[in-house]
Design a binder for this molecule. Structure first.
Ligand code: DQA
Length: 144
């Protein structure tokens, strides 16, 4: 099994970016945790980050025939991007939505998640742990 982990804009700035909201862990640390979890689960993983919507859409499309499940934190595009929602629906792979912060308790403009509409699982406000639980649950769903 191969799990694609996708991170959207500004998540490469983790550790520097608003630490009161997103914590002090860096993007490199997040990637290390994801790789360690994949090893523990006996699955392969591919990690992708982009600040641009089109690149995120293209990478989701490329998952078809290449990966078996998607963990995605679309960051700000969560709340705006119908293109990412459509891409997730187009490939139809099992998908989990992750948000480091608890978006349900934040600004009104963060209350809609388009991408989340194409995800079967949701991990909101659990910090980096959300990515790891998403991987565990997607692997379990696939019988791993
Ligand atoms: C985020 C929440 C989004 O609202 C925000 O735009 C982000 C990160 C999170 O992980 O908490 O960039 O997706």
């Amino acid at each position: 099994m191969k799990i694609l982990v996708i991170n959207g804009p500004n998540l490469n700035m983790l550790g520097i970016r608003e630490p009161g909201i997103y914590g002090t862990g860096t993007y490199a640390e997040l990637c290390r945790l994801i790789r360690a979890k994949a090893e523990e689960l006996g699955v392969e993983t591919e990690i992708f980050q982009s600040n641009s919507e089109g690149e995120l859409v293209t990478r989701i499309q490329q998952a078809l025939g290449r990966e078996d499940a998607i963990v995605i934190n679309p960051a700000a595009y969560t709340h705006t991007s119908i293109a990412i929602l459509d891409a997730l629906k187009a490939v139809g792979l099992p998908a989990a939505e992750v948000h480091i912060s608890d978006v349900t308790k934040r600004e009104a403009f963060r209350q809609i998640s388009y991408a989340g509409m194409a995800c079967q699982r949701h991990y909101i406000g659990l910090g980096f742990e959300g990515y790891l639980r998403a991987m565990e649950d997607l692997a379990a769903d696939a019988g791993r």
